[in-house]
Design a protein around this ligand. Structure first.
Ligand SMILES: NC(=O)c1ccc[n+]([C@@H]2O[C@H](COP(=O)([O-])OP(=O)(O)OC[C@H]3O[C@@H](n4cnc5c(N)ncnc54)[C@H](OP(=O)(O)O)[C@@H]3O)[C@@H](O)[C@H]2O)c1
Length: 311
């Protein structure tokens, strides 16, 4: 992502970010602070989350709650664009798909309507569908519908697995690639189209700066399809590691996940395994429409390994 380009297009804009402490949010804040003049309301749910935000005169950290849309609107007051990032793939005892993905989006939509936001950006997922039998895809599909029917000018961006420093996908990938031997779901035969988190954040800023008056849906994936197995091999070889990749049969993994998630009240479930092992395919990639140049996968991986080395 070219920081100079961002500076040119985003002067004097104020945006509000929900889930600002998420991996996408922290990366977005880093770029905003280092390469733009944008002012940001960074919404998080706790003091602990607030500690993770960058300290900058451009960033106004606020504790927000999704229980009361009027209070939420007051907390996000003054924002031209609301970037709604809060959302989960993995449920736990305290957080369900309904509360994190659907109810939180409903509250943000209501708040955006109340404060008269000019634009809303919502990050969804490839495969989102309100009629899906998969609870995660269904929750993201229902959230998309709330945004689409809101009457707000909005950009809904469906993404595949995101790769960048501190994304869950990158951590799992590096974790597997650093081992001498690893076992991955179904031998990692499923096809992924990893998207560089910097490219997503450039797309988000372009949407904030856009002038559309209705709700638009984009499917944005990375430039290169690759099986998860090949991805692990590639990263391992970039780290000069020789990894032997074995397979955990998906049926067995789902059975174990069903039992352990019931005992723990969350974690990896059969639903999550279905999401992870789905082929990430789109009919039309929205990189052109979103005016971004996709980062080659090799470059994305180099950036992640460089970040790991400097940590
Ligand atoms: N990472 C990916 O590969 C990927 C792929 C496709 C789509 N996405 C979407 O992109 C967005 C950002 O993803 P990410 O991976 O950066 O997220 P992340 O790092 O996992 O952070 C999740 C965020 O959601 C908040 N959250 C959790 N439960 C919540 C609830 N019940 N109500 C409101 N907020 C809640 C968390 O706040 P607390 O810290 O307070 O819990 C945190 O800010 C999400 O909407 C995600 O679904 C991500």
């Amino acid at each position: 992502m070219d920081g100079t380009a961002i500076r040119k297009i985003t002067l004097r804009m104020k945006i509000a970010i929900t889930g600002a402490n998420s991996s996408v949010g922290l990366n977005l804040l880093k770029h905003i602070v280092s390469a733009t003049d944008i002012n940001v309301i960074a919404g998080v749910r706790s003091d602990r989350a607030m500690q993770s935000l960058p300290s900058s005169p451009q960033v106004d950290p606020r504790i927000i709650s999704y229980q009361d849309p009027a209070k939420l609107a007051a907390a996000l007051e003054g924002a031209d664009c609301i970037v709604h990032l809060a959302g989960i793939l993995i449920e736990d005892k305290n957080t369900s798909y309904t509360s994190a993905n659907v109810d939180a989006t409903e509250a943000v939509v209501k708040a955006a309507q109340q404060l008269g936001a000019k634009h809303m950006v919502f990050i969804s997922v490839i495969g989102a569908n309100k009629d899906s039998s998969n609870a995660y895809f269904r929750s993201k599909g229902l959230a998309e519908e709330l945004v689409r029917n809101s009457g707000l000018a909005a950009s809904i961006i469906r993404t595949p697995i995101l790769l960048g420093p501190n994304t869950a996908g990158a951590s799992a990938m590096i974790g597997a690639a650093t081992q001498p031997k690893t076992k991955i779901l179904g031998g990692g035969k499923y096809s992924m189209c990893p998207l560089d988190i910097d490219d997503l954040n450039q797309a988000i800023l372009n949407c904030c700066n856009g002038d559309s008056s209705d709700a638009k849906l984009y499917e944005l994936v990375g430039p290169e399809p690759i099986s998860y197995r090949d991805l692990i091999q590639k990263v391992a070889s970039m780290m000069n590691n020789n990894v032997e990749i074995g397979s955990v049969p998906i049926v067995i993994a789902k059975l174990v996940a069903a039992i352990s998630s019931r005992i723990k009240g969350g974690g990896i479930t059969p639903t999550v395994i279905d999401v992870i092992t789905m082929d990430e395919v789109v009919a039309n990639n929205a990189d052109g429409e979103l005016k971004i140049t996709l980062t080659p996968l090799q470059k994305t991986l180099e950036k992640i390994l460089e970040h790991k080395k400097n940590k």
